[in-house]
Design a protein around this ligand. Structure first.
Ligand code: MIC
Ligand code: SF4
Length: 655
């Protein structure tokens, strides 16, 4: 039987298991990516594991999320990251050089290689045939140390593209259409592999918009085959020699197939406050817009800004609307500046930010109260923009620019008539020839020891799993709780990412601001949630902080992939419950696992009897591999990995 592209790359990198969907596999990692808000923990864990040198072919450390450095704590984090990259042998991208996924795509992403990153949008370079997966920081630390990455073998779904995009429809509309059809949990346990005759019409930047936002489907990854478009892109970024032709076998078998006819797509928009609330733009036309932003790792590159240049020629941003462009990479901004486009945009009323994630997580450009903001980003979770009850819509650069000109949401096809606009289409620069001054290779490193500021603490450890787990139900939550609910990423909180004691005070504050205090005071404690608990970010802090506050187990109807792995990694037991049980449990209920949990976890038990207030009982399921059970039993992955190394087991190697 033939193989899918995903299976081929996994097969090439397989170190444990076989490619049976649902079974755990171990794969070798070629490249890693870390960023500033998850990276500090990664390197502290790398240090705590006693590792000395990066073992992967390439490791790259980016500073992209909080580049405005509002607080010395951010700047200290960046200096620490530079020192860690230098000390351990990683490339270092300075603050302001751009968003990790975009800078990685331009400089390092390579077809056929595996990439593991401590950011959920790591799958971005799937658009050029790289198998890239987002994971919790501790998994990256272990991979950088030479250890395998373990993941459930995903089902591979064939997304067959037919036709070509026409007029004002764009790559963003392809992924918004996927979200409209499948929802934010439709991709859990899956890799979306794009195939079909429509693929060849899409350039690499268009493909990476799609693979990037595949994360919002909850997917393990998304990938395109490589072809002339890939070769062309690699040539433009000056890495033509890295091209390899890759694709599925003709008789490859997929778990499922979805067909999208590109020629039938129209401009779409995700309405507040979930990326899958997708409707045609025409359905929400006429809404007054006060802010428009082009940026983020999804649509912030040169190719995403150029449509704005074309559409704003001879036009201006409406007087009651602010338009901000935050380039995804400094290189994009530099090329646009050399071409004179930055000046043209400024003259049309656009405000330029430095190349950063920033506003995507509520750092800068927070929308005004009770106002609409249109963004080319990938997430519009409630409050993520920095204000509660926000109204953030997600759309393509074309739809965003149309709104900036009109001052209201408008389908660009309708605006085109009035303003005599032509669909801008996609255009790549001749060469991506920006300066590399902000990229420091391991050979150019200026540090050879770690520099820790006063805010950089230790990584907390947990005791091995005991016989009992339980306590008060400190919080009961709904479906689709995001990691932004669990540990918000706004400026006031982000500065504590390297200081767990302080950061944990903000745990679940978006849901209930008394949570942290109550959790800390209670002996033990559990969380109860509906479907898709922990969707969104890879931030391991969303497990680390509840662990620090004493949470011992999470009972949920289902879990998001990365968050579930993070719960194991920090010794919190993730248990599945059915809808009926979820409905019956109340906040405040006293929950005790009746069976000896420590023994059960170690011996492979997958069902546990749980008592509520000593009055009624239910069964909760533990879906865990042998390795995950060992990790839980040890009190988390850090302790487990250390134990493995001490006993000469299969832990990260160091030379
Ligand atoms: C996000 O988009 O939520 C982030 C901020 O990039 C996170 C990483 C983090 O929390 O630091 C992600 O997507 O993993
Ligand atoms: Fe940065 Fe936003 Fe992309 Fe996350 S989703 S990496 S915060 S731009």
């Amino acid at each position: 039987m033939g193989q899918t592209l995903t299976e081929k790359i996994l097969d090439d990198h397989l170190v444990e298991g076989d490619l049976t969907p649902g079974e755990e596999i171990g794969i070798e990692i070629d490249q890693t990516l870390t960023q500033d808000t998850t990276g500090t923990m990664v390197w502290l864990q790398f240090e705590a594991l006693g590792l000395e040198d990066v073992q992967t072919e390439l490791a790259a450390q980016y500073c992209d999320h909080q580049t405005y450095q509002f607080d010395f704590k951010n700047t200290d984090d960046h200096r620490f990251l530079r020192s860690a990259a230098g000390t351990f042998g990683a490339h270092f991208s300075r603050p302001g050089n751009g968003i990790c996924h975009n800078v990685h795509k331009e400089n390092f992403a390579a077809p056929g290689k595996t990439l593991l990153g401590s950011d959920s949008h790591t799958p971005t370079p799937g658009g050029l045939g790289q198998l890239a997966i987002g994971a919790g920081g501790l998994d990256i630390a272990v991979a950088m140390g030479g250890g395998a990455y373990y993941v459930e073998m995903p089902e591979v779904v064939n997304v067959r593209l037919e036709g070509e995009l026409e007029g004002w429809a764009s790559a963003k509309d392809v992924i918004l259409e996927m979200l409209r059809r499948l929802s934010v949990k439709g991709g859990v346990g899956k890799v979306f592999e794009y195939t079909g005759p429509g693929v060849e019409s899409l350039t690499v930047p268009e493909r990476t918009t799609i693979t990037n936002m595949g994360t919002e489907l909850g997917a393990t990854s998304s990938i395109f085959p490589t072809d002339d478009q890939t070769e062309d892109y690699l040539e433009r970024v000056g890495r033509a020699d890295e091209f390899v032709e890759l694709g599925p076998d003709e008789d490859a078998e997929y778990a499922d197939e979805i067909t999208i006819d590109l020629s039938e797509l129209e401009p779409l928009i995700a309405t507040p406050s979930m990326p899958d609330n997708v409707v045609p733009v025409r359905e929400v036309e006429g809404e007054r817009v006060e802010q428009v932003m082009i940026g983020s790792c999804t649509n912030g590159s040169y190719e995403d800004i150029l449509p704005a240049v074309k559409m704003l020629k001879g036009n201006e941003v409406a007087k009651h609307t602010e338009m901000i462009i935050a380039p995804a990479s400094k290189q994009s901004a530099e090329i646009l500046a050399r071409q004179g486009h930055v000046a043209e945009l400024m003259a049309a009323g656009v405000n330029f930010s430095e190349a950063t994630c920033g506003a995507c997580i509520g750092i800068g450009h927070v929308p005004a109260s009770d106002s609409v903001s249109l963004r080319t980003f990938n997430r519009n979770f409630e409050g993520r923009s920095g204000i509660e009850d926000d109204n953030v819509f997600l759309c393509s650069p074309e739809v965003a620019t149309a709104a900036a000109i009109a001052g209201e949401i408008v389908d660009p096809r309708d605006l085109a008539e009035e303003y005599d606009l032509e669909a801008p289409g996609i255009e790549l620069p001749e060469k991506y020839d920006g300066s590399k001054a902000d990229l420091i290779s391991p050979d150019e490193a200026i540090d050879d020891e770690l520099i820790k500021g006063p805010n950089i603490g230790d990584v907390p450890l947990k005791d091995p799993l005991g016989d009992t787990v339980g306590g008060e139900t400190i919080l009961k939550m709904d479906d689709n709780i995001t990691t932004d609910h669990i540990i918000p990423a706004t400026a006031d909180i982000l500065k504590y990412r390297s200081n767990i004691e302080k950061l944990s005070e903000f745990t679940l504050s978006r849901v209930d601001d008394t949570f942290a205090e109550r959790a800390k005071a209670a002996p033990g404690g559990v969380l109860v949630a509906g479907e898709n608990y922990g969707q969104g970010s890879s931030r391991e802090h969303a497990a680390l902080c509840p662990m620090y506050l004493g949470i011992e187990a999470v009972f949920a109807q289902s879990f998001a992939r990365i968050h579930k792995a993070n719960l194991f990694n920090f010794g919190i037991v993730p248990l599945a419950i059915d809808e009926e049980t979820y409905a019956k449990i109340d906040q405040g209920d006293d929950i005790e696992i009746v069976d000896n949990i420590g023994e059960g976890v170690r011996s492979g038990a997958d069902e546990f009897t749980v008592s509520v207030n000593g009055e009624w009982e239910f069964t909760a399921e533990l879906d865990a591999s042998e390795r995950e059970r060992d990790i839980l039993a040890a009190g988390g992955k850090l302790s487990w990995t250390k134990q493995q190394a001490e006993s000469g087991g299969a832990a990260p190697a160091d030379d």
